[in-house]
Design a protein around this ligand. Structure first.
Ligand code: R5P
Length: 293
């Protein structure tokens, strides 16, 4: 049985079809003091796959409650699929401003706290492209991180013109390479990035010649859109042909999507790890292929 949290209904539905499993969508109520109540009323089964992207603070609470509800109902084996693992970018003490020394005592490793809490209610965890693969070491149950970035090539036009696949920083070169390999041809390049604050980045141009070429930008997450908007502007100044903006996790806070089109993107798409208007590619097959952890 698949149990879908409120954040992952589309992906959970696709996964249930692939696995030919029944699906139950969690009910989520709210008490007058604001507290949430996530439940799976009447569930009766032995093995469950819970699908929950922890895309908001409330989604973390929802997942903790679902774990407890399932154990309460006598479920003996719980696999938790977290397509988007929130807080994974806080994999080290992360003061809110780059001017604060990260060694200042008193800042948490937030993903460690989250991972420990989530481990209590499940037998295993599967997540997709966490910001750094080794964050899964913080879980205290068997956990795996799977790369689904190659799926992004499914949404690209079939005939790109002399393409170059570019990541906005060195850390995402592997993702750009996966997309290029899945597409079948093209060069790889990357920018150098310095983050000045939550909403401001500085990018140093890449070496590749992009004039008259189609460019596919690839990153793990688009959040405020600052990184990609800066990358698009540089590519436009350098006379790139079409610019396709892709990411695994389309988080898109505020007006991030408009910002990308305003900067000159020709198309923007991501996967269904997060339900967004641009979630054109499903990671359900990748999850199905990886469930034997
Ligand atoms: C950070 O290094 C990530 O890979 C992304 O580049 C980052 O999360 C994007 O954030 P934003 O859209 O706010 O620039």
């Amino acid at each position: 049985m698949i149990v879908s949290a409120s954040t992952s209904q589309s992906l959970a539905g696709t996964l249930a079809s692939l696995l030919n499993e029944p699906i139950s969508v969690a009910s989520v109520d709210r008490f007058s003091d604001g507290e949430l109540l996530a439940a799976v009323p009447g569930i009766s089964t032995d093995r469950v796959i819970v699908v929950c992207s922890t895309v908001t603070c409330e989604a973390h609470i929802e997942l903790l409650q679902l774990h407890d509800a399932l154990r309460e109902a006598g479920v003996s084996e719980i696999t938790t699929v977290i397509p988007y693992l929130g807080y994974a970018r806080q994999d080290a003490p992360t003061p809110p401003d780059a001017s604060i020394d990260p060694d200042t005592p008193g800042y948490p490793v937030s993903i460690r706290a989250i991972a420990r809490a989530l481990s209590i209610g499940t037998d295993r965890i599967l997540t997709i492209n966490p910001h750094e693969a080794d964050v899964i070491d913080h879980f205290t149950v068997p956990a795996a991180a799977v790369d689904a970035s190659g799926r992004l090539a499914d949404a690209l036009p079939s005939a790109l013109s002399d393409p170059v696949f570019v990541s906005p920083d060195a850390g995402a070169v592997d993702l750009a390479t996966s997309v290029r390999d899945a597409y079948g041809s093209g060069d790889i390049d990357h920018f150098e990035k310095a983050r000045l604050s939550d909403t401001q980045v500085e990018l140093s141009p890449s070496q590749a010649t992009v004039a008259e070429r189609d460019v596919v930008l690839v990153d793990d997450i688009i959040s405020t859109g600052s990184t990609m908007a800066e990358a698009i502007s540089i590519l436009r100044e350098r006379d790139a042909n079409r610019v396709f903006v892709t990411c695994v996790h389309p988080l898109f806070s505020g007006s991030a999507l408009d910002r990308l089109f305003d900067a000159g993107a020709d198309d923007v798409f991501g996967t269904d790890t997060i339900e967004a208007s641009v979630s054109e590619v499903s990671v359900a097959q990748t999850i199905e292929d990886s469930l034997d952890i």
